[in-house]
Design a protein around this ligand. Structure first.
Ligand code: T5A
Ligand code: NA
Length: 211
């Protein structure tokens, strides 16, 4: 039987370097001959993703609950693809996941439990790496400020919700690590690799589910 592959999530505040690190990790695993697929949430290419993209670029407005459900639906669109890849031995890296969904919606005042509900049953990651950064350092990086949530005070609130998520996930036995993302790309990617290596051989059947 093919060994089930790990599901790795990279989370963090805006401009913490998630896409950069997810892609370095993907290249590293590929160079070792391991099959790997990179997913990015939101996936702006699907019909639902196009609505999300328009909302994020402030080209359209949506009720807070409606946009929350769209972000979740955008993950459900890919849920069975993720599970079947994992079962066939392909490692999945997700650049953001359901944790971003809770963090960005709960900061608007929606209840934490309500925010969790639509993602119940999604494939659960084997490892979540939270790239932590001071919002003012993130702001100094390229491109900040062009999209809806890219404001320092929003990011500070979001960071607080992520702290609650970390506590709850850790309490529930999930593997959640916080990485200081305010350092150089190389320092961060070295830490990422240490954490990934630590789970590569300890992934069990079947794929778990949130929450
Ligand atoms: N959202 C998302 C929700 O509200 N609900 C949800 O359910 C989900 C999934 C879009 C927004 O959607 C919200 C959260 C977001 O506000 P997105 O498409 O992931 O999410 O946003 P992006 O704009 O693509 O990505 P980010 O802004 O979050 O950036 P990354 O991926 O964290 O950072 P990255 O790697 O692109 O790097 C940013 C810049 O910094 C440089 C890079 O070269 C780049 O210029 N950089 C570094 N500079 C110095 N030192 C380092 N170590 C660096 N690493 C990268
Ligand atoms: Na990104």
């Amino acid at each position: 039987m093919t060994r089930r592959a790990p599901f790795i999530v990279v989370e963090g505040l805006d401009r913490s370097g998630k896409s950069t690190q997810a892609s370095i990790l993907c290249d590293h695993l590929t160079s070792l001959g391991l099959p790997v697929e990179l997913f990015k949430f939101p996936d702006r290419r699907t019909a639902i993703g196009k609505m999300i993209d328009s909302y994020l670029r402030s080209e359209s407005d949506l009720d807070d609950r409606a946009i929350h459900l769209l972000f979740s639906a955008n993950r459900w669109e890919l849920a069975s693809t993720i599970s079947s890849h994992l079962e066939k031995g392909t490692t999945i890296i997700a650049d953001r996941y359901a944790f971003s969904g809770i963090a960005f919606s709960a900061r608007k005042g929606l209840s934490y439990k309500w925010c969790q509900a639509p993602d119940v049953g999604l494939p659960a990651p084997d490892l979540t790496m939270f790239l932590d950064i001071e919002p003012d350092i993130a702001q100094a990086r390229g491109g900040y400020g062009t999209e809806r949530y890219e404001q320092e005070e929003v990011q500070r609130d979001v960071r607080q919700v992520f702290e609650r998520i970390e506590k709850e996930m850790t309490h529930a036995g999930a593997r959640w690590v916080k990485i200081d993302a305010g350092r150089t790309q190389k320092e961060v990617s070295q830490d990422v690799w240490v954490h990934v290596q630590s789970i590569l051989d300890s992934v069990h059947h079947p794929v778990g589910t949130l929450w």
